[in-house]
Design a protein around this ligand. Structure first.
Ligand SMILES: Nc1ncnc2c1ncn2[C@@H]1O[C@H](COP(=O)(O)OP(=O)(O)O)[C@@H](O)[C@H]1O
Ligand SMILES: O=C(O)[C@@H](O)C(=O)COP(=O)(O)O
Length: 452
């Protein structure tokens, strides 16, 4: 495990004035529980004027954060794949990431989870928040999944997706974490085992306009925040971004857009952000869809008639009728064109596959196959532009490509940035799309924007 030598990397001493340290060190260290969630967060931080980099997995090597690719780094987002793993692994990787971010001298922290609160009764949102709070000795944090620009709002502590309660939305049939409740306090309550740590507070919609008078109740450990529109997130960020009793904030990416403004007002950031990184590359695009979310289903349907496409069937993979070899041959035959590989299916078909193959087995067969296909396509030099739909799928693909970090470029949809990575096979450009993000024509518009 790499040990960060702070003084070598940052050239600073611990005794320096706090504000100077904040001006020269990254301010925000963010831990995201999946890869699309991380790039979503990074895109909104960047939109809010923070120079942001994304690191994939628990960092294990040294790179000069202070001047990464010639830019001063204000925020670091660590992408983990801990949304659906064993809670103990999620806790351990999140704590290791937190330690690394502390050694990198971040002074504020954020745990980014899904705007649809993707989790199960065993976790992992509650257990990870809990562990991070304990490590930071935080008595309070906020729980703020709202992302109104993508239809996620919180009213009276209930999470809505485009105006429908979460448990009545398509998230009720998600392949890995079907959401059966919309009440954020009770979702958390089920995940937090320690009876002494269950207390949930609430900042209701009417209180958002008078936050300056808000004082958390002594025992309110997790404070669920209503937010119905983007302006509410701006008020929450203004109040909480630099609040000394809230070193850790938690939620979706909605708040991220306004953290830069709050840091600037507090005098923690003196400069204007660097120009957006240029990410575009001259190459056809490989689109990989392992998401079965409603938005991805529509996007795949739309693109099937426009791009050569190959359906990856988990049952055929399990029986050997489809294989890494046959997929590689198909890619080779189409290599000069933008193409689509997809395993996307309706909830009913996904459920039938899971009954037959087992939930985790079906997921991992597909993730591995799609990730191997991406590695084959890039190693062979056929594709430099990659679009991936789905958080778990993105985690598998990015790991297989050996990408350690990304610089963030322009966004192609709210929460979906273009990103540039250097790999052993050269520069790559990726767009990682959360399952339910983007319009029906997302794949074709992104292919167009990606190409020089
Ligand atoms: N046809 C299928 N049958 C069963 N599971 C599938 C199928 N297609 C994809 N999956 C699995 O469903 C999960 C989708 O999760 P993810 O990639 O995070 O998408 P989303 O962002 O929509 O949640 C992945 O683990 C993927 O391997
Ligand atoms: O907050 C969000 O909605 C996204 O950033 C996100 O985490 C979505 O996850 P996936 O749908 O699994 O891609």
């Amino acid at each position: 495990m790499y040990t960060l030598n702070i003084e070598n990397v940052f050239g600073l001493h611990m005794s320096e004035d706090v504000q100077d340290i904040q001006k020269t060190n990254p301010i925000l260290g963010c831990i995201a529980d999946d890869f699309t969630g991380a790039s979503d967060m990074a895109s909104f931080l960047r939109k809010g004027g923070l120079n942001t980099i994304q690191i994939n997995g628990v960092p294990d090597d040294d790179f000069a954060l202070r001047k990464y690719s010639g830019m001063q780094v204000d925020a670091i987002v660590i992408a983990l794949k801990t949304r659906t793993c064993e809670p103990s692994i999620a806790i351990s990787e999140s704590l290791q990431s937190l330690s690394w971010l502390q050694r990198a001298r971040c002074s504020r922290f954020y745990f980014k989870y899904c705007s649809t609160f993707d989790s199960t009764e065993r976790g992992n949102i509650g257990p990870v928040i809990d562990a991070l709070m304990d490590k930071l000795a935080a008595k309070h944090t906020i729980v703020c999944p709202a992302l109104p620009v993508n239809g996620r709002t919180v009213y009276m502590g209930q999470l809505f997706v485009h105006g429908t309660l979460l448990h009545q939305s398509p998230m009720a049939t998600h392949p890995l974490n079907p959401m059966k409740d919309s009440d954020l306090a009770s979702l958390l309550d089920a995940q937090v085992a320690d009876i002494n740590k269950k207390a949930c507070g609430h900042i209701g919609y009417p209180d958002l306009s008078k936050l300056e008078t808000y004082v958390p109740q002594q025992n309110d450990r997790y404070i669920v925040t209503d937010a119905l529109e983007t302006g509410h997130l701006q008020s929450l960020a203004k109040y909480f971004a630099c609040h000394p009793n809230f070193p850790l904030l938690t939620g979706g990416s909605g708040l991220a857009e306004f953290l830069g403004e709050a840091y600037r007002e507090a005098g923690w950031l003196g400069k204007t952000p660097s120009p957006l990184a240029e990410t575009r590359l001259s190459s056809p695009t490989l689109v990989i869809a392992g998401s079965c979310s409603q938005a991805t289903q529509g996007q795949v349907e739309h693109s099937k008639s426009k791009l050569p496409s190959l359906y990856i069937n988990p049952n055929n993979l399990a029986s050997g009728r489809q294989s890494a070899q046959s997929i590689a041959e198909w890619i080779q035959q189409h290599a000069a064109q933008s193409v689509l590989l997809y395993s996307t299916e309706s909830a009913a078909k996904v459920s039938a596959n899971q009954d037959k193959l087992g939930l985790e087995n079906a997921a991992s067969i597909i993730e591995k196959t799609l990730a191997d296909a991406a590695a084959f396509a890039t190693n062979a030099g056929y594709y430099k532009n990659i679009v991936v739909a789905g958080g778990e799928t993105s985690g598998a693909v990015v790991s297989a490509l050996g990408i350690k970090h990304f610089v963030i470029g322009q966004s192609v949809a709210p929460g979906v940035p273009l990103m540039r990575a250097e790999t052993s096979s050269g520069a790559l450009q990726l767009a990682l799309k959360s399952g339910n993000f983007g319009d029906y024509d997302f794949f074709s518009t992104t292919i167009e924007t990606m190409t020089l």
